[in-house]
Write a protein that binds this ligand. Structure first.
Ligand SMILES: Nc1nc2c(ncn2[C@@H]2O[C@H](COP(=O)(O)OP(=O)(O)OP(=O)(O)O)[C@@H](O)[C@H]2O)c(=O)[nH]1
Ligand SMILES: [Mg+2]
Length: 300
C-alpha cells in the first residue's frame, strides 16, 4: 500500500474508479499477476488499494495504480472523506493524475441507478477537464455475446456517456487479459495531455474548502436529502411490518450522513464567491442525470 507521502515526483499516477462490482480490482489483479507480482488480500472496504509497477519502460520509473472504493450507498460519507484526503495529499505533494480508468460492466445492459449515481459523483469529484484523461473501461467482454456487448456500448455512448465523450473521454474494452489491460494503460499514458488538477483537488487545496464543502460533498448531501424524502413518502404508504423497519433504518442512515455533510452557515459564504480557481463546469455529466431519471422511472 503506497501512501500519498510515499509517492515520488515523477511517478505516473493512474486512478481506477467505477461502480460496485464493475471490475476495478479485476483489472488491477490481471496487471499485478502479469508483471509477476503477488495479489495480496484486499483490505476490508472501504479502502484505497494501490499497486506499483517499476521499470515498465515508459515515461517514468514507476507506474502507481490507485483503486478507489465506490459510492455504493452504504458508506458514501467515509468513501468521500477517504478519496478527498488522498487526492488532496497527492496534489499537495505536487503530483497530478496522469489518467483515470472508469470501469463499467458491459453485461449490465441497462445501467443501475446506483451505478449512475457513482458516475455522477465521479463527475463532481473530477470535473469536465479531467475527461480528456479518462478512459471508460468496459469489462466482462469475455462473458457476453459480442453483438450484445456492442449494442450496450453503443447505447451507453449515444445516451449516457454522450457528453463525456464530447469532452474527450474515451472508451476501451477489457477482455480479461494482461495484454488488453496494458494496452489500455499505455494508451492513456502516451496520450499525455495537460495534467490539470481534478476539480476536488482545486477545491480542497487552491480554494481551501473542507471535504464536505466541495461539489461532490454538496451533491452527496443533496442525494441523501432526496433519499430521505423518498423514504418518508414510502413510510406513509407502508403498513406495519418488517419493511417499515428497513425504511426507518435507511432514514436514520440518511439523517446521520446529512449531519456529517452539513456546512455551517458561516462557512457557506466563504466559498460562495471564490476569488481563485476556474469556473466549474459539469456539462459533461448532464446526460448521466437525465439517464438516471429515465432508469428510475423504468423508461429506458
Ligand atoms: N470474467 C470476468 N470477470 C470479471 C470481469 N470484471 C470483473 N469480473 C468479476 O466480477 C466480480 C466483481 O469484480 P471486482 O473486480 O471485484 O469489482 P470491483 O469494481 O473491484 O468491485 P467492488 O470493489 O466490490 O466495488 C469479480 O468476481 C470479478 O472477478 C471481467 O472482465 N471478466
Ligand atoms: Mg473492489
Amino acid at each position: 500500500m503506497i501512501r500519498p507521502e510515499d509517492l515520488l515526483p515523477d511517478d505516473t499516477l493512474i486512478a481506477v474508479m467505477g461502480p460496485r462490482n464493475s471490475g476495478k480490482d479485476r483489472i488491477l489483479d490481471v496487471v499485478v499477476r502479469g508483471v509477476g507480482g503477488q495479489v495480496l488480500p484486499q483490505s476490508p472496504p472501504p479502502a484505497i488499494r494501490t499497486y506499483t509497477i517499476t521499470a515498465i519502460g515508459r515515461k517514468s520509473q514507476r507506474l502507481v495504480l490507485a483503486c478507489f472504493p465506490d459510492f455504493d450507498g452504504s458508506n458514501d460519507v467515509v468513501v468521500l472523506q477517504l478519496i478527498s484526503h488522498w487526492l488532496k495529499a497527492t496534489y499537495e505533494r505536487g503530483l497530478r493524475l496522469t489518467g483515470i480508468l472508469y470501469t463499467y460492466r458491459i453485461s449490465d445492459f441497462i445501467p443501475k441507478v446506483s451505478d449512475l449515481k457513482d458516475l455522477f459523483i465521479f463527475g463532481q469529484l473530477c470535473g469536465d477537464r479531467a475527461l480528456a484523461r479518462t478512459t471508460i473501461v468496459t469489462t466482462m467482454w469475455d462473458k457476453v455475446d459480442e453483438s450484445e456487448g456492442e449494442g450496450c456500448e453503443r447505447m451507453m455512448s449515444e445516451i449516457c456517456w454522450k457528453e463525456m465523450l464530447k469532452w474527450g473521454c474515451r472508451t476501451a474494452r477489457f477482455d480479461d487479459t494482461f495484454r488488453s489491460a496494458m494496452g489500455i494503460l499505455n494508451k492513456l499514458i502516451d496520450s499525455g495531455g495537460e495534467k490539470e488538477p481534478l476539480l476536488v483537488q482545486e477545491e480542497l487545496v487552491d480554494l481551501k474548502m473542507l471535504w464536505n464543502e466541495t461539489q461532490a460533498g454538496r451533491m452527496l448531501h443533496a442525494s441523501c436529502h432526496a433519499a430521505l424524502e423518498e423514504d418518508k413518502a414510502e413510510l406513509k404508504k407502508t403498513q406495519q411490518g418488517i419493511h417499515t423497519g428497513i425504511i426507518r433504518g435507511r432514514m436514520q442512515w440518511s439523517t446521520q450522513a446529512m449531519k456529517e455533510l452539513e456546512i455551517p452557515f458561516n462557512r457557506y459564504f466563504a466559498f460562495r464567491f471564490p476569488k481563485k480557481g476556474k469556473i466549474v463546469s459539469l456539462a459533461g455529466f448532464a446526460t448521466v442525470l437525465r439517464v438516471s431519471d429515465l432508469v428510475r422511472r423504468e423508461e429506458l
